[in-house]
Design a protein around this ligand. Structure first.
Ligand SMILES: *[C@@H]1O[C@H](CO)[C@@H](O)[C@H](O)[C@H]1NC(C)=O
Ligand SMILES: *[C@@H]1O[C@H](CO)[C@@H](O)[C@H](O)[C@H]1NC(C)=O
Ligand SMILES: *[C@@H]1O[C@H](CO)[C@@H](O)[C@H](O)[C@H]1NC(C)=O
Ligand SMILES: *[C@@H]1O[C@H](CO)[C@@H](O)[C@H](O)[C@H]1NC(C)=O
Ligand SMILES: *[C@@H]1O[C@H](CO)[C@@H](O)[C@H](O)[C@H]1NC(C)=O
Ligand SMILES: *[C@@H]1O[C@H](CO)[C@@H](O)[C@H](O)[C@H]1NC(C)=O
Length: 348
C-alpha cells in the first residue's frame, strides 16, 4: 500500500506541474449577464440577498454587502477575482468594510468584495457558526450559506473561479477556518486568511468544529494556502487560548501545528522572519513545492483586531491597543495574489 501511495503522490505532483504551466482561468456562468441594477463599478457597496437553506428546515433571507471595483466591466464580461470578508461577532458588514478598507482602490483595484452578514440569532448580535453563542450547525449552518453565496455570486458576476479567497476577523476568522476544513468549500476557495481568529476548543462547543471536526480531506499532496495573524496581547481570543471570560480557544501554536500536520508539512521547520522592528514574528512553511503555503504572524504588543496604520475608532482601538506600523490588508492581498486554485484531481 505504501508504494501505491507514493506512486499516486508522484502522479499527482506531475499533473499539478503540467496544469500550472497553463494559466487556468475560469470565467463563471455570470459572465455577460446584466449586472444587478443597484450596483455600479466603483460605486457604493450595496446589500444583496438570497434565499437560504442555512437555517435548517426553513428558508431564511441572508444578506451580504457587495462591492464592485472601479474597473469592473460594466458589461460584466471580464473575469475578476472574488474576496469574501467575514465580520467579527456583532460587527456590522459596513464596519468590516471600513476597517479592512478592501473596498478602496488603494488596496484593491480588481477584486469583487463581498461582506456576508451573520444571522442575528441571539444577543449580543450577528454570529457565525463556531461562536459558542451561535446555534449548532443542526440549527444554522453558515457553511451552507457560503456555498449558496458562491453559487449566487458566480452565476451573477463574472468571477475567475480559480481566484476566490476568504478572509475574516475574530468569529469571522473562525468561520474562515471552518470553510478551509470543509471539502466542498476548500475546493472552491483558493486561499484563506484569518485575523485574530476564534478557534474554540471542542470542549467549548456543543459539537466539534475546529479540532476533531476539521477534516479538510487533503490527500495525494493536496495543500490549502492558509494564513493567520494574531496579537500576543489579544484579551478577547487569547494567544494561549486561556480566555477571560471562558470558554477557551485552541492555543495558536497548537492550532498552527495541527494544520501544518494536516497539510503534510509536519516534518518541516518554518522559515522565521522578524519584521516591523521586532514586533512581528512571521513563520512560513513551504513544502511539496508550495512556497509559504502556511503562514502565521505573531504580533507582539498587539491586541484583538485588524492591523492597520489607520485610526479605526472604538471599540477597535481599545481592543487592538492602537494602530500598527503596517497594514494587514496589504499583506493578505499580496499573499492571496500568489494563489490560484487548480482543478482538483481526485485519484480514486
Ligand atoms: C445593509 O444592511 C445593513 C443591515 O441591515 C444595514 O445596517 C446597512 O445600512 C445596509 N447597507 C446599505 C449600503 O444599504
Ligand atoms: C472608515 O470610517 C471613517 C469614519 O467614518 C472614515 O473617515 C474612513 O474614510 C472610512 N474608511 C474606509 C476605508 O471606508
Ligand atoms: C483602471 O484601468 C485604467 C486603465 O488600465 C487604469 O489607468 C486605472 O488606474 C485603473 N483604475 C483603477 C482604480 O484600478
Ligand atoms: C502585553 O502582554 C505582556 C505579557 O503579558 C505584558 O507584559 C504587557 O504589558 C502587555 N502590553 C500591553 C500593551 O498590554
Ligand atoms: C512596536 O509596537 C509598539 C506598539 O504598537 C509601537 O509603539 C512600536 O513603535 C513598534 N515598534 C516598531 C519598531 O515599529
Ligand atoms: C496603510 O494603508 C493606508 C490606507 O488605508 C495608507 O494610507 C497607508 O500609507 C498604509 N501604510 C503602510 C505602511 O503601508
Amino acid at each position: 500500500m505504501k508504494t501505491n501511495r507514493l506512486v499516486f503522490a508522484a502522479i499527482a505532483a506531475c499533473l499539478s506541474l503540467v496544469s500550472s504551466t497553463f494559466a487556468w482561468q475560469r470565467g463563471s456562468s455570470g459572465c455577460h449577464k446584466p449586472l444587478p441594477e443597484v450596483l455600479t463599478p466603483g460605486g457604493p457597496s450595496k446589500n444583496l440577498t438570497l434565499d437560504s437553506k442555512s437555517q435548517i428546515g426553513t428558508i431564511v433571507t441572508r444578506r451580504f454587502l457587495t462591492y464592485l471595483p472601479e474597473n469592473y466591466s460594466k458589461k460584466n464580461r471580464d473575469v475578476a477575482p472574488l474576496i469574501l470578508a467575514f465580520h467579527g461577532q456583532t460587527q456590522p458588514t459596513w464596519s468590516m468594510e471600513n476597517i479592512t478598507a478592501l473596498s478602496t482602490p488603494y488596496f484593491n483595484r480588481d477584486a469583487i468584495v463581498v461582506y456576508p452578514e451573520g444571522l442575528n440569532y441571539k444577543s449580543p448580535g450577528q454570529q457565525w457558526l463556531g461562536d459558542p453563542e451561535a446555534p449548532p450547525s443542526s440549527v444554522v449552518d453558515d457553511r451552507i450559506f457560503v456555498e449558496e453565496l458562491l453559487d449566487y455570486l458566480t452565476s451573477t458576476f463574472c468571477v475567475d473561479e480559480s481566484r476566490i479567497y476568504a478572509t475574516g476577523l475574530s468569529n469571522g476568522g473562525g468561520l474562515t477556518n471552518l470553510l478551509a476544513c470543509t471539502p466542498a468549500l476548500n475546493r472552491r476557495i483558493a486561499a484563506f486568511a484569518a485575523v485574530a481568529a476564534a478557534f474554540y476548543t471542542d470542549a467549548s462547543l456543543t459539537e466539534p468544529l475546529f479540532g476533531a471536526g476539521c477534516d479538510p480531506h487533503l490527500s495525494y499532496g493536496r495543500k490549502i494556502p492558509i494564513m493567520e495573524m494574531h496579537g500576543l496581547n489579544d484579551s478577547i481570543i487569547a494567544y494561549d487560548g486561556d480566555n477571560t471570560p471562558a470558554p477557551n480557544t485552541i492555543p495558536l501554536p497548537e492550532w498552527v501545528a495541527a494544520w501544518v500536520e494536516k497539510e503534510g508539512c509536519g516534518d518541516r521547520e518554518p522559515k522565521v522572519d522578524i519584521l516591523d522592528g521586532g514586533n512581528v514574528t512571521k513563520s512560513s512553511w513551504s513544502c511539496g513545492g508550495w512556497k509559504d503555503v502556511f503562514v502565521h504572524y505573531r504580533i507582539d504588543k498587539f491586541g484583538h483586531g485588524w492591523p492597520s496604520t489607520v485610526w479605526q475608532g472604538e471599540p477597535f482601538e481599545n481592543l487592538r491597543l492602537g494602530p500598527t506600523m503596517w497594514n494587514a490588508t496589504s499583506v493578505i492581498l499580496e499573499w492571496f495574489g500568489r494563489w490560484k486554485l487548480e482543478p482538483v484531481r481526485e485519484l480514486k
